[in-house]
Write a new protein. Structure first.
Length: 243
C-alpha cells in the first residue's frame, strides 16, 4: 500500500510539474507578448488622428479615426452585479453586430431602437458611440491598463513556482511531503497569490501606478507570507514551547 501511495504521489508530482510549465509559459507570454502589444496598441490609438476629409472610407482597416453612422437595433441594460450586461446592437451598410460596454451611461441607457448614432471606428473596432454630443466608450476601445496584465503575469509565475516545488517534492520524497500539501501551505499560498494579484493590480489601475512596480509588489507580498508562515511562525512556536 505504501509503494502504491508513493507511486500515486509521484504521478501527481509529474502532473504538477507539467502544470507549472504551462503556467510559466503564460507568465513569459504575458510579459513578452501580451503586455507590450497592449501598451503599443494604446499608444497607437492615442496617437491616431482623424481620417483625411474626402478620403475613401475603408473603416475596417484604417489606422485613423473615422465616424460611421449606425442605426440602433436594440439595447440591453441589465444591472446585476457580476452578471450585469450592457450591450447595443447596431447596424450600418458595412457592419451589423453587438457592442459591449462597461456601464450603462452616459449614453447607452438613453438609446432606443431606431436612434441614429455616430460610431468611431479604428482598425475595424467600434471604439465609441456618440449622439447629440454625448459620447460613450465601448469595451473595444484600447485602454491604458497594463497593470492587470503585469499582475496576471506575476501571478502565473508564482503559481508556476508553487506547482514546480510541490511537484518536485512529490517526486523526490513522496513519503515526506511535510507542509508541501494543500492544507499545509498550498491553500494559504493560493489565496495569498490570488488576493495580491487583485489587491495590487486593481488599485494600480485606479491610481495610475506604473505597471513596472506591480509584479515586484505582488512577489514581495507573497514572500512576506512565506517568511511569516515558514520561518517566523515555527520559530515563535518553538520559543513558546521552550518556555
Amino acid at each position: 500500500m505504501t509503494a502504491v501511495r508513493a507511486g500515486v504521489r509521484r504521478v501527481r508530482g509529474l502532473l504538477l510539474i507539467a502544470v507549472s510549465l504551462f503556467l510559466a509559459s503564460g507568465c513569459v507570454l504575458a510579459f513578452t507578448d501580451w503586455l507590450p502589444a497592449d501598451v503599443a496598441r494604446y499608444e497607437e490609438y492615442h496617437a491616431a488622428e482623424r481620417c483625411a476629409a474626402g478620403s475613401a472610407p475603408d473603416a475596417w482597416r484604417e489606422n485613423c479615426l473615422r465616424d460611421v453612422e449606425f442605426g440602433v437595433v436594440d439595447t440591453v441594460v441589465e444591472r446585476g452585479g457580476k452578471n450585469s450586461k450592457y450591450r447595443a446592437t447596431v447596424d450600418s451598410a458595412r457592419f451589423q453586430g453587438e457592442l459591449a460596454f462597461g456601464d450603462p451611461g452616459p449614453l447607452l441607457d438613453t438609446l432606443r431602437a431606431g436612434d441614429k448614432v455616430a460610431g468611431t471606428v479604428w482598425r475595424g473596432d467600434v471604439v465609441a458611440l456618440t449622439k447629440d454630443g454625448v459620447r460613450q466608450k465601448t469595451s473595444d476601445e484600447p485602454r491604458d491598463e497594463p497593470q492587470m496584465i503585469a499582475a496576471g503575469g506575476a501571478s502565473l509565475g508564482l503559481f508556476a513556482m508553487v506547482c514546480l516545488v510541490f511537484g518536485a517534492v512529490r517526486l523526490v520524497a513522496p513519503h515526506r511531503l511535510g507542509r508541501f500539501t494543500w492544507s499545509g501551505s498550498g491553500k494559504v499560498l493560493f489565496f495569498t497569490n490570488l488576493g495580491a494579484t487583485f489587491g495590487v493590480g486593481l488599485p494600480a489601475v485606479w491610481c495610475g501606478i506604473p505597471w513596472q512596480l506591480v509584479a515586484p509588489v505582488i512577489v514581495l507580498v507573497v514572500l512576506v507570507v512565506l517568511v511569516g508562515g515558514f520561518v517566523l511562525r515555527p520559530a515563535l512556536r518553538r520559543e513558546a514551547a521552550a518556555r
